[in-house]
Write a protein that binds this ligand. Structure first.
Ligand code: ZN
Length: 281
């Protein structure tokens, strides 16, 4: 086993559900575009890609065939061993089974587990009913897919702890702290410090700031020993008023920042060791 002490995992969140080509023309929509971005991000230093899918016109989707084609295209790159994380929240609501199916059929290393419901960006309700979370957690255990517990607000950490006690989630858990989505916690360093302070001992964690919080949260996470998530899902800009050219450009910057701090971007296999993931392909 290599020395993992100085390794930090970079996850690339490629398109999410919300950013459009009007926001940034580089947002990938089709399975081919998303898979190409995944490959380019892996080459740039990402160990994990977080995958949503879109209909051809960019509408958020949870259609199984789109996940199947996208994941198939990523795995078709023989030299690419990137870890795959499938969202369970490609739509902010929807039939439980449709949200779970791509995870149990396509068997990514990780999948998102959003530990609560919230008003999302002042537009809609991001619904994660307790019934859905119980089904999702148990389905992931059975499929040996590690939950990435997405936290938008402090109460969601306590929900996750409840599900750990109930056996729906198994410790040690992995958390993605996402700050700056309206309806959740704002993207301040103080909020990040607080969230980290309430995570159960032994957890791994990464952080991401949406929009303007992208850089401050990334820099704070590096300083605090956390792992990183970057990509057009969270942030379509490179600098204030300057659009990012691609997901890979954002990954390359994160890797450079790690190196300037005397750290290194973890390889996919190192990420598997750090997060406790089972290699699937
Ligand atoms: Zn996502």
């Amino acid at each position: 086993m290599s020395d993992l002490k100085n390794k930090r995992v970079i996850t690339a969140c490629l398109c999410g559900s919300w950013p459009t080509r009007e926001n940034n023309p580089a947002v990938p929509y089709t399975p081919e575009e998303i898979a190409n971005d995944a490959y380019e991000c892996w080459k740039a230093g990402a160990a994990i890609v977080h995958v949503h899918v879109r209909e051809p016109d960019g509408t958020p989707s949870i259609r199984y065939e789109l996940y199947e084609e996208t994941i198939g295209r990523i795995r078709a790159h023989e030299d690419c061993d990137v870890c795959i994380n499938i969202t369970s929240s490609g739509r902010e609501t929807g039939p439980d089974e449709e949200r779970i199916e791509p995870i149990v059929q396509l068997l990514p290393e990780l999948a998102s587990f959003d530990a609560g419901t919230l008003n999302w960006q002042n537009r809609t309700i991001f619904e994660n009913h307790p019934r859905f979370l119980e089904k999702l957690g148990l389905a992931m255990q059975q499929a040996n897919v590690k939950p990435e517990i997405e936290i938008f607000d402090a109460g969601m950490v306590y929900n996750a702890i409840y599900y750990m006690k109930k056996g729906i989630l198994r410790a040690p858990c992995h958390y993605q702290l996402v700050l700056g989505a309206a309806g959740g916690m704002t993207n301040t360093v103080e909020n990040l410090v607080y969230l980290k302070s309430i995570l159960p001992e032994g957890s791994t964690w990464a952080a991401a700031g949406i929009g303007a919080g992208h850089m401050p949260i990334m820099l704070a996470a590096i300083a605090m020993g956390g792992h990183l998530r970057v990509g057009l899902e969270d942030n379509v800009y490179y600098h204030y008023g300057v659009l990012a050219e691609s997901n890979a450009q954002l990954v390359a910057r994160a890797k450079r920042l790690l190196e300037e701090a005397g750290l290194e971007a973890a390889s996919p296999d190192e990420a598997r060791q750090i997060y406790g993931l089972t290699r699937k392909v």
